[in-house]
Design a protein around this ligand. Structure first.
Ligand SMILES: *Cc1c(COP(=O)(O)O)cnc(C)c1O
Length: 423
């Protein structure tokens, strides 16, 4: 579809600011009160999300065995919620807000070191369960046995493929390779070299593309479809990924309870989620909405050069428009967010649920990474630091409890960290 930029700006003035790569806050005019949501607005039920959580529970003995770093937690892949008062102090100087600021440390999640550990590993485990059941490998109900030689021998005939800007590739690649699958990761040009190297060290085949993320996904999908023993993890459309991300909401509910944090409409939970194609923030946000209803305010954050979700939602064109259609190049140092065309599936689901979207300039990211490290001794990657924009730019909810969702960082190699922290 050809986009007429002038016509679009006339209809949606925000597009002009987006096209100029300005920082914006967009408030979603389509958001509904929870009581006004129709069954069509909520395509995934609480039961579905609980079923996903139950699957992860069944797999715990297996996870503990295959991923030794999860052994101490008994095969639970979860991250802490940290109160960051010093960082809050800095941000308050820029734009005052009430209430405490927390950081959800998915940056420190085991196995994949990013939010992708939630969706990615969940999808691989679900596939593993389906395949194992068909092959009679789960007849005794012993999930730990799936880590044994007989099962591994069976899994090695299957290939898992994924298109990625980096972190989803790491999550799928590392987890699938350790379970015993063959893995092919189709990487876009934005993917960092160290991510490719790390994957290759796990025996993953990395195919590099000169093009952007959407094409890497398209190629991967086509190659996988040609092989009956191949499964494609579809970042743009996968419901399994979405479910894995949504489980985060159940886990966060327990953590809030433990911390004695009450969530009400008068003292809402404000959550800031860095957004690429939309799957991770969409799944997490969806789960939170089902739990906290009108008590939660949900915000995405995108780079000014790749604001694909706000462009799709504000124009109503969703995946029918890309950031290149309004003259942006989609290039950003926030490699986890370097996506030019949003998931149409997620955008439509978010239409009645999301409160708003912030965008942030690349130059603002490293200083936030550095300040967090200095003040809280926590390292997160630039993509994850985008979350803080929700507290910096005017607009949105300023009372209640604030959670910046730190989406990645643990696997960033020391030399790359030194560079980021040094500048
Ligand atoms: C993937 C990723 C995101 C966003 O997830 P999407 O599903 O692409 O929207 C945010 N931060 C980091 C670090 C990521 O790797």
């Amino acid at each position: 579809m050809k986009i007429d930029l002038q016509e679009l700006v006339g209809r949606v003035p925000l597009v002009e600011d987006l096209a100029r790569a300005q920082e914006v806050f967009w408030e979603n005019p389509k958001k509904k009160a929870f009581g006004d949501l129709t069954p069509e607005d909520l395509p995934v039920s609480m039961e579905d999300i609980k079923e996903a959580e139950a699957r992860l529970e069944r797999f715990r003995p297996f996870i503990a065995r295959v991923f030794p770093e999860t052994r101490e937690a008994g095969g639970l892949i979860e991250s802490p919620l940290a109160r960051i008062d010093d960082m809050a102090g800095l941000l308050r100087d820029k734009n005052d807000f009430e209430g405490d600021l927390y950081l959800k440390l998915d940056s420190h999640l085991p196995v994949a070191g990013s939010v992708k550990a939630r969706g990615g590993i969940y999808e691989v485990l679900k596939l593993t369960e389906d395949l194992a059941k068909q092959a009679g490998l789960l007849d005794g109900g012993d999930y730990e046995a799936l880590a044994g030689d007989r099962a591994r021998d069976f899994f090695k005939d299957y290939t898992i493929q994924v298109g990625s800007t980096g972190n989803l590739g790491l999550s799928i690649g590392i987890s699938s390779a350790q379970i015993g699958y063959k893995v092919i990761v189709h990487m876009s040009q934005d993917a960092k070299e160290w991510k490719k190297d790390l994957l290759r060290s796990y025996g993953v085949q990395v195919i590099e593309y000169e093009s952007d993320y959407s094409l890497a996904v398209k190629e991967g999908r086509a190659q996988s479809e040609a092989d009956p023993k191949s499964h494609f993890v579809d970042d743009e459309n996968s419901l399994d990924l979405f479910m894995g991300y949504a489980v985060a909401a159940l886990r966060l509910r327990s953590q809030l309870k433990e911390a004695g944090i009450e969530v009400t409409e008068d003292s809402p939970l404000n959550v800031y989620l860095p957004c690429g194609v939309g799957g991770a923030p969409g799944g997490v946000a969806y789960g939170l909405k089902l739990i906290f209803k009108d008590g939660v305010r949900l915000y995405f954050v995108e780079p000014t050069q790749a604001p694909c979700m706000v462009l799709g939602m504000a124009t109503g064109l969703h995946n029918k428009i890309a950031v290149t259609d309004i003259g942006l190049d989609g290039k950003t140092q926030a490699d986890g967010l370097a996506v030019g065309r949003p998931s149409g599936f997620v955008g439509r689901v978010m239409d009645p649920l999301l409160d708003g979207v912030y965008t942030i300039k690349d130059q603002a990211l490293n200083p936030l990474v550095q300040e967090l490290y200095k003040r809280e001794d926590l390292f997160i990657e630039p993509s994850a630091a985008a979350a803080f924009q929700g507290l910096i730019l005017p607009g949105g909810s300023k009372k209640g409890t604030h959670i910046a969702w730190a989406t990645g960082g643990r696997l960033v190699p020391q030399e790359v960290r030194d560079d980021l922290l040094d500048e």
